[in-house]
Design a protein around this ligand. Structure first.
Ligand code: OGA
Ligand code: MN
Length: 298
C-alpha cells in the first residue's frame, strides 16, 4: 500500500500512515519520507513495532548516530543499547525512578523548550523518539516551528539578529531546573558556539536557532544576551507555531532539530511508566561553519 501523508497544518507536522518501519524502506518510500521531513519537519508514524536495531537502522538513513550523553556521563547501567537515549522515567531495572534519582532530576530539563544536542559542537540533525508505553494522563510532547517564527519576525529584527552567535551549554538548561552538573561533567561538555539564525540546507528556509541550552550571546553583555534569548524563545513558541503531540503507545515521531524546538509536558512520573527511547542523528558540521561564520575564537 502506498503510504499516506496527513499534514496537521499546511507546512508543519504530518502523520504518515500505512508505512511499516520494521521493514527496510523502498527507495520510493524513503524519498517520500525525506520530502515530508523537509516540508513538515515533524513526522508522526503511528502503530509501529520496531526493535532497537530497526530503530537505529532507520535513524542511520538520516545520518550518523549522535551517542547518548547520559550514558557517556554516568556509569549507570542502561536498559537499552548505548546508541539509543533512554528518555523514559525508568531505571536500568525497568522500575520507576526514585524521587531523588539523579537521572530523573536531570531529565526534568526536557520540559524546557530546546533542540537536541545544541550543547555539542555538532548538534543533532534529527531525533527519532519511539514510545513503547504512555501514561494515561499528560506526558505529551510539544513542537515549535522555528521557520514560521523566523518568517513572522519583523524584518528589522531579522536583520539585527542574523549573524549573531549564542553560547550553548547543558549546564545552562540544567541550572534553570535547579540541577547542578559536576565539575567533571562540565569539563566534558563546555559551552559551544551556535549561530542564532540558520538556513536549512534541504528546504532553503530560514529559522531561529535558540534553546534553553543557550545562555549568552557573543559580543553582548550577559544581561542583554539573556534578554534577547528569552525574547526569541517566547516569540518562537507562541501557540500559532506549536503542534502538541498526544502520544499513542507505539508512535514513532521524527523531528528536525535544525528548525524546530520541543519540550515534554508534565505527568505523574512517580506513578506511571513512560517508556520513551530516542535515536539521535548528528548534523553534518558545527552550525557556525554551516553559516560561514568564523567562531574559531571560541
Ligand atoms: C527528547 C525529549 C521530550 C519528551 O527525547 O529529546 O526532549 O516528551 N523528549 O519525552
Ligand atoms: Mn529533547
Amino acid at each position: 500500500m502506498k503510504p499516506s501523508v496527513w499534514p496537521v497544518s499546511e507546512t508543519f507536522a504530518a502523520e504518515i500512515g500505512d508505512l511499516d518501519l520494521s521493514q527496510p524502506l523502498s527507495e520510493a518510500d524513503w524519498q517520500m519520507v525525506e520530502e515530508a521531513f523537509r516540508t513538515y519537519a515533524v513526522l508522526v508514524f503511528p502503530d509501529q513495532r520496531i526493535s532497537q536495531q530497526q530503530h537505529v537502522d532507520l535513524a542511520l538513513r538520516f545520518g550518523p548516530i549522535d551517542g547518548s550523553m547520559v550514558v557517556d556521563m554516568t556509569d549507570a547501567k542502561s536498559r537499552i543499547r548505548a546508541d539509543i537515549a533512554d528518555v523514559s522515567n525508568l531505571d536500568w531495572n525497568g522500575e520507576i525512578y526514585a524521587e531523588d534519582d539523579r537521572l530523573r532530576l536531570f531529565g526534568h530539563a526536557n520540559r524546557l523548550w530546546h533542540t537536541d544536542s545544541s550543547f555539542k559542537k555538532v548538534p543533532a540533525k534529527a531525533s527519532l523518539l519511539f514510545i513503547r508505553k504512555i501514561p494515561p494522563v499528560g506526558g505529551h510532547t510539544e513542537f515549535a516551528d522555528m521557520r514560521a517564527a523566523w518568517d513572522a519576525l519583523p524584518q528589522a529584527r531579522q536583520k539585527e539578529i542574523d549573524g549573531l552567535v549564542a553560547m550553548h551549554s547543558i549546564a545552562y538548561s540544567r541550572q534553570k531546573m535547579g540541577f547542578e552538573m559536576t565539575a567533571e561533567e562540565n569539563e566534558v561538555l563546555p559551552p559551544v558556539p551556535q549561530t542564532l539564525v540558520r538556513r536549512h540546507a534541504d528546504s532553503g528556509r530560514t529559522s531561529i536557532y535558540v534553546a534553553s541550552h543557550a545562555g549568552e550571546i557573543d559580543g553582548m553583555s550577559e544581561a542583554d544576551g539573556k534578554a534577547l534569548l528569552a525574547e526569541l524563545l517566547a516569540f518562537g513558541t507562541q501557540r500559532q507555531f506549536v503542534y502538541s503531540h498526544r502520544w499513542r503507545a507505539n508512535d514513532l515521531v521524527i523531528w528536525d532539530n535544525r528548525c524546530t524546538l520541543h519540550r515534554g509536558t508534565t505527568f505523574d512520573d512517580k506513578r506511571w511508566r513512560r517508556d520513551a527511547q530516542r535515536a539521535t542523528v548528528m548534523d553534518v558540521a558545527p552550525t557556525c561553519e554551516q553559516e560561514g561564520i568564523d567562531a574559531a575564537a571560541e
